[in-house]
Design a protein around this ligand. Structure first.
Ligand code: 5AD
Ligand code: SF4
Length: 486
């Protein structure tokens, strides 16, 4: 039997999602465990979505060990910071935070402070021994040992586990959704990274790449759907190299296969993914996207730099022409696909001409949005060992400003083209500005806000059709559409 598409099920005027419970998400275990005498953990997360997803695994492990989550740091017995090392500034922000926690501990000596994630891995026991900032240091592959480490730290011992693993994927752990809107969730499909991008600390902090077994990913998606979630984002450092061989059947599941499998969970479950590597994204993936209305028309395709010479130094293994051909191919297969990028300004040896090449690729790719950074040298990376960080700070800053200004123009141009169009939007919650307005996203990952009064009875988790009437560079504004999208 042919699966119905979202378009078949949700027609104009909007109908209630038949599988959702009164349009409300079922309660999720994000806080609220108030068993008396329970020891409480408080967790703060920094960095990428993968880190936020890891915090949900940590929450699950701790809940299983008799802890309960709290949003209030003041009542926590255990304060955890899931850290990021990607740029020096991120590490500095987190250090300041750890120092603040240290002060809090003076008033509450029984409280334990733990550093998790990438900084734990990078700095190992330095934070524990030299700086005496924390009581526990736990790397990204060692979360199963957390309950044991908490006991050791509680007994006044040094508690460190920063061992990286070749096979840990936490596949059997069902994450506790923290701060959830009950509509969208992240599902981790792999860990680590085997690309040795010269600027990047991730292969050192998160170890070798490994893929989680497909059946556990699909069953996590199904469970989320049954609990009222309507969108999952499949997460990995390089999702296109996902590859899992089933031990029993010997069958290989590629990323394209996995996308198809998750899309089949329900036509009402939207699938997103992040991050793609331009060298690895295949036609198979594009065709699988095109074949499923519920796989979102959006690809995050980090460019990093637009000059082939700089790309080579970065060890990105593609040229500017290869990148531009990928963008063309995506648009050929899915003309309405949104594309975004990551861009680094001022990598080692970057000249004015190289910088112009970056601006040029941005213009040709017409990104809907980008994440843009100044190059920050990270100890231990290929670039730190091989090249001088020789672009002066003021030059990096000026180039970044030019990149940001161009992206602002491109984003506005892209949004203006959407004015007058109708999009199917998944409502996520109130708009940040006004409780009278809903906020949601279209398939292309653009944020759309629109009046609640237009859509009586609709709420978070429902799909509605919205006609865009106006925009800023960051947001589309709309009203209920009178017709279904073409
Ligand atoms: N300096 C600046 N930006 C970096 N990124 C990764 N490492 C660095 C670094 N050392 C950026 C890349 C990557 C994104 C997650 O962060 O653009 O895609
Ligand atoms: Fe930061 Fe990278 Fe670690 Fe994510 S994987 S937390 S971006 S250093």
């Amino acid at each position: 039997m042919q699966m119905p598409t979202i378009e078949d099920i949700v027609s104009q005027p909007p109908v209630k999602d038949p599988y959702r419970h009164n349009g409300e998400a079922l309660p999720v275990a994000d806080t609220g465990d108030d068993r008396p005498g329970l020891r409480r953990f408080y967790i703060e997360s920094y960095g990428c979505q993968m880190n936020f997803s890891d915090s949900e695994i940590v929450a699950s492990i701790l809940t299983g060990a008799g802890f309960g989550p709290t949003r209030n740091m003041e009542e926590a017995d255990l304060v955890l910071v899931n850290t990021c090392s990607i740029r020096e500034k991120a590490e500095q922000t987190i250090r300041n935070r750890l120092t603040a926690f240290r002060h809090l501990k003076r008033e509450r000596p029984g409280m334990l402070i733990g550093v998790l994630g990438c900084m734990a891995e990078r700095l190992k026991s330095k934070l524990l021994e030299e700086e005496k900032l924390v009581d526990m240091v736990v790397g990204p592959d060692a979360y199963r040992t957390l309950p044991q480490l908490v006991e050791e730290a509680g007994d006044g011992h040094k508690a460190v586990n920063v061992l990286l693993s070749r096979d840990e994927t936490y596949s059997d752990i069902s994450p506790v959704r923290l701060d959830s809107n009950g509509v969208t969730a992240f599902v981790s499909i792999m860990r680590g990274c085997n690309n040795m991008c010269a600027f990047c600390v991730v292969p050192f902090t998160r170890g070798r790449e490994r893929s989680r077994d497909a059946a556990s990913i699909v069953s996590e998606c199904r469970d989320l759907f049954d609990r009222g979630f309507r969108e999952v984002t499949l997460l990995g450092q390089n999702v296109d190299s996902y590859c899992h061989v089933d031990e029993q059947t010997g069958q290989t599941v590629t990323f394209a296969d996995l996308l198809g499998m998750t899309a089949e969970v329900s036509p009402l479950l939207r699938i997103r993914f992040s991050t793609s590597h331009p060298k690895d994204i295949t036609d198979d993936v594009l065709h699988t996207m095109a074949a499923h209305g519920n796989i979102c028309r959006y690809i995050h395709l980090p460019l990093q730099a637009g000059s082939t010479r700089v790309l080579q130094l970065m060890n990105r293994t593609y040229t500017r022409e290869w990148y531009l051909a990928k963008v063309r191919r995506i648009r050929e297969v899915m003309p309405d696909c949104g594309i975004s990028s990551d861009i680094i300004a001022g990598f080692c040896t970057e000249t004015e001409d190289d910088h112009q090449d970056t601006l040029d690729v941005m213009r040709q790719s017409r990104y809907d949005f980008s994440y843009m950074f100044m190059y920050s040298e990270r100890p231990g990376t290929l670039a730190a060992r091989r090249y001088a960080d020789d672009v002066p700070q003021d030059v990096k800053k000026r180039r970044l400003e030019e990149i940001v200004a161009l992206q602002n123009t491109l984003s506005l141009e892209s949004n203006r083209q959407d004015v007058g169009r109708v999009f199917r939007v998944l409502i996520e919650g109130n708009s940040r500005r006004s409780e009278q307005q809903w906020m949601g996203r279209n398939s292309q990952n653009k944020v759309i806000v629109f009046p609640k009064s237009d859509m009586p009875g609709m709420g978070p988790g429902d799909y509605v059709d919205v006609k865009v009437t106006d925009c800023t560079q960051a947001t589309l504004m709309g009203v209920a559409a009178k017709h279904t999208p073409a």
